[in-house]
Write a protein that binds this ligand. Structure first.
Ligand code: HEM
Ligand SMILES: N[C@@H](CC(=O)c1ccccc1NC=O)C(=O)O
Length: 290
């Protein structure tokens, strides 16, 4: 095979090939393209003296926020694909977001190596900062349907984030777009659901269950819609895993202490597990095969 001839490693060193570029005075570079100087200069521990485990805590958060950035980007694109009835692209987007959440759910095991004793040694330096104030997380919750206008208060001292969240509060969710898509495909989605006040949190709509039942009872006749329904359930499942692993990590790290954000801590996070983005997609399962 060309490019793979008789170059065995004799001395344990991989030979650097002739063609490998080394002069970057007028070329795009790895760190330039990725702006690594900025990225790798953004970890600023606040503990004094600096606690060796604070870097783990910071990087776990920052990598999560980077992935949240992509999740939000993909969910916004997905909502638009649904509005244009582009099923293939919407499905591809959901798959990507699902894998990101699975990766993030796995990532909790890294932070779980932080023991309660180690965390207690620098927790006090974090003051009132808390993940509860994560703008991107709240954006993701809003676009998926867990709207809560009260959350905007947390961002009152940050006009750009307040405006960004207000915009998402006022806009349709991914599920709203999906229901419009179903309606465009001649499914009988009630008009009052299609014209609901999108600023409100989603509450289960029993009239939607027969709509989904029709899809689930004859998948071949409605394959695209059926596959999309299952994709949404996959997505919610992955998101819930993230929430659950956060809760378990919190429980093993701070027990039943109050959170730095002022909530009760574990009890508050547990109640989030009862929230579901697409309740009818679960309720329909009770009806199948009856
Ligand atoms: C040892 C590590 C952690 C502990 C002890 C912890 C603790 C908590 C607690 C107690 C809350 C409730 C709000 C409060 O009163 O503070 C919370 C919320 C939150 N945390 Fe963490 N957390 C940890 C790591 C993380 C990480 C790595 C992220 C990733 C970005 C994160 C994101 C969030 C988010 C988004 C919320 C809001 C959840 C909601 O509104 O349901 N946390 N955390
Ligand atoms: N709420 C956490 C503190 C915490 O985890 C945190 C602190 C600063 C920045 C992000 C955080 N992450 C998640 O809540 C606690 O109560 O210990």
């Amino acid at each position: 095979m060309k490019g793979d001839q008789d170059v065995s490693i004799a001395d344990g060193e991989r030979p650097i090939e002739e063609g490998v570029r080394t002069d970057f005075r007028s070329r795009m570079t790895y760190s330039g393209y990725l702006d690594l100087d900025k990225l790798l200069d953004a970890q600023h521990p606040v503990s004094e003296p600096v606690h060796p485990d604070e870097l783990l805590f910071i990087i776990q958060h920052q990598t999560t926020e980077l992935w949240f950035k992509l999740v939000l980007h993909e969910l916004q694109a997905m909502r638009s694909y649904l509005q244009h009835e582009d099923v293939s692209r919407a499905r591809k987007g959901i798959a990507r977001v699902k894998h990101i959440f699975r990766t993030l759910a796995e990532q909790w095991s890294v932070l779980a190596t932080l023991t309660p004793s180690e965390y207690s040694e620098f927790r006090g330096f974090l003051g009132s900062a808390s993940g509860f104030q994560s703008y991107q997380y709240r954006c993701v919750e809003f676009i998926l349907g867990n709207k809560n206008a009260g959350m905007l208060r947390v961002f009152e001292s940050d006009p750009a984030h307040h405006a960004g969240l207000q915009e998402l509060l006022d806009a349709p969710t991914v599920y709203d777009a999906f229901l419009h898509f179903l309606s465009a495909r001649d499914h009988d989605v009630p008009a009052q659901i299609l014209h609901r006040d999108v600023r409100k949190a989603w509450v289960e709509q029993p009239e939607l269950i027969p709509v989904f039942q029709r899809i689930y009872e004859d998948p071949d006749a409605h394959w695209a819609e059926y596959a999309m329904c299952e994709d949404l359930v996959d997505l919610e499942d992955a998101f819930q895993l993230w929430r659950f692993r956060h809760l378990r990590t919190v429980q093993r790290t701070i027990g039943y202490k109050q959170g730095t954000g002022g909530s009760s801590g574990v009890g508050f996070l547990k109640r989030a597990l009862d929230l579901t983005f697409f309740p009818e997609l679960y309720s329909v399962r009770t009806e199948i095969g009856k």
